[in-house]
Unconditional design. Structure first.
Length: 146
């Protein structure tokens, strides 16, 4: 069976829905990002707010506590092997900007419709409540600049 997830996908949107019906966009309605599933079985994810505050100094490891906090809270990235089964993908996280995810299995329900992909995670703790995260993707198309 060919794995339909293989390739790179552009973020269309990410929203969370709480049990009470409240819906919110953790990184804004215009967040940007990619998820890439490689043929050798790894997933790489990077999602960020479209507008992020730059550091005062262009030194990778010299930000203030406030700058570091703002940078961390305005993006999510993680990677590791993945396992795909019809209707579900499990991300076995080995690296993450959210340290609590390292060593965990992030289970996502998969809904595919042509070049559109929806990944959802029910039972996710967010804002102190349990809800469902919905992350919408479309197949990435490389733009040639000649």
């Amino acid at each position: 069976m060919t794995n339909p997830l293989i390739g790179t996908w552009n973020l269309v949107g990410w929203y969370n829905e709480l049990a009470n019906g409240e819906k919110f966009f953790p990184l804004g309605e215009d967040a940007t990002g990619y998820i890439s599933y490689s043929a050798d079985g790894f997933v790489f994810v990077n999602i960020a707010a479209r507008v992020r505050t730059s550091y005062a100094v262009d030194d990778l490891f010299s930000g203030s506590v406030e700058e570091d906090s703002a940078a961390l809270k305005s993006q999510l990235s993680y990677a590791g092997p993945f396992t795909y089964r019809e209707g579900e993908v499990v991300h076995h996280v080995t690296a993450s900007s959210h340290p609590n995810w390292v060593g965990t299995e992030q289970v996502r329900k998969v809904r595919l419709d042509g070049d559109k992909l929806e990944l959802s995670a029910a039972g996710t703790l967010m804002r102190g409540q349990v809800g469902t995260a919905y992350v919408l993707w479309e197949k990435a198309r490389r733009q040639n600049k000649n």
